[in-house]
Design a protein around this ligand. Structure first.
Ligand SMILES: Cc1cc2nc3c(=O)[nH]c(=O)nc-3n(C[C@H](O)[C@H](O)[C@H](O)COP(=O)(O)O)c2cc1C
Length: 189
């Protein structure tokens, strides 16, 4: 069974990320081991930039919080699915903090700059926005997902659903659900 890490970066409990998270879990719970991580309900501190992680040869962090506890799951999963709003044309701050903390996987002594155990993992980002432009936001998400290469996510797919300001409204759009279904299929493959 594949291990799928779902990262929900929204604080809006009736919002789109939460709605799609539930949809995805219902779809895959019998086919995969699911690790569900809601950043907004966890403590993920900002990266200290202290480089203490560079003194070891395994992903690690001196901070003791929910991100550090998640490092083994990030390292060992088959795929990570990020569900998140776009805030001010960018990753919301809580997701940026999560990304920054994956610096704990970076190595200065290996050619590929990574001390991840697995470097064959998939990452999918399904994002939501009120207005757009979705093509610009999609490029932003694609670019940011590339930084997860250091934590071993070498294959990526990104999608931004527009015009979903209304909480949970993604579920009313069959095209958006179809995209989610093919993303699920891809991460399970
Ligand atoms: C702080 C903040 C910033 C936002 N910035 C943008 C933006 O730059 N572009 C946009 O189209 N929508 C923006 N939105 C709207 C959200 O992306 C949109 O409501 C999204 O569906 C929220 O996802 P969620 O329901 O999963 O929380 C913003 C919302 C907030 C609260």
């Amino acid at each position: 069974m594949k291990k799928i890490l779902i990262v929900n970066a929204s604080k809006r409990r009736k919002g789109n990320s939460y709605a799609l998270e539930q949809y995805v879990i219902d779809k895959i719970k019998d086919k995969a081991e699911v690790v569900d991580f809601r950043i907004g309900e966890k403590g993920v501190r900002v990266c200290l930039g202290c480089d203490a992680c560079k003194r070891k040869d395994k992903p690690n962090c001196v901070q003791k919080d929910d991100f550090t506890a998640l490092i083994p799951e990030i390292d060992s999963c088959d795929a990570m699915l990020i569900l998140s709003p776009v805030y001010w044309e960018q990753f919301p701050a809580q997701l940026k903090a999560f990304l920054d903390r994956t610096y704990s996987f970076m190595s200065f002594s290996t050619p590929d700059l990574s001390m991840a155990t697995r470097k064959d993992k998939k990452i999918a980002g399904y994002f939501f926005c009120g207005v757009g432009p979705v093509d610009v936001y999609s490029k932003m998400v694609e670019n940011n997902l590339k930084s997860f290469t250091i934590s071993g996510f070498t294959e990526s797919k990104a999608y931004v659903a527009g015009n979903v300001n209304e909480p949970g409204s993604v579920m009313n759009n069959s095209d958006y659900i179809q995209v989610a279904d093919s993303m699920i299929e891809w991460i399970l493959k």
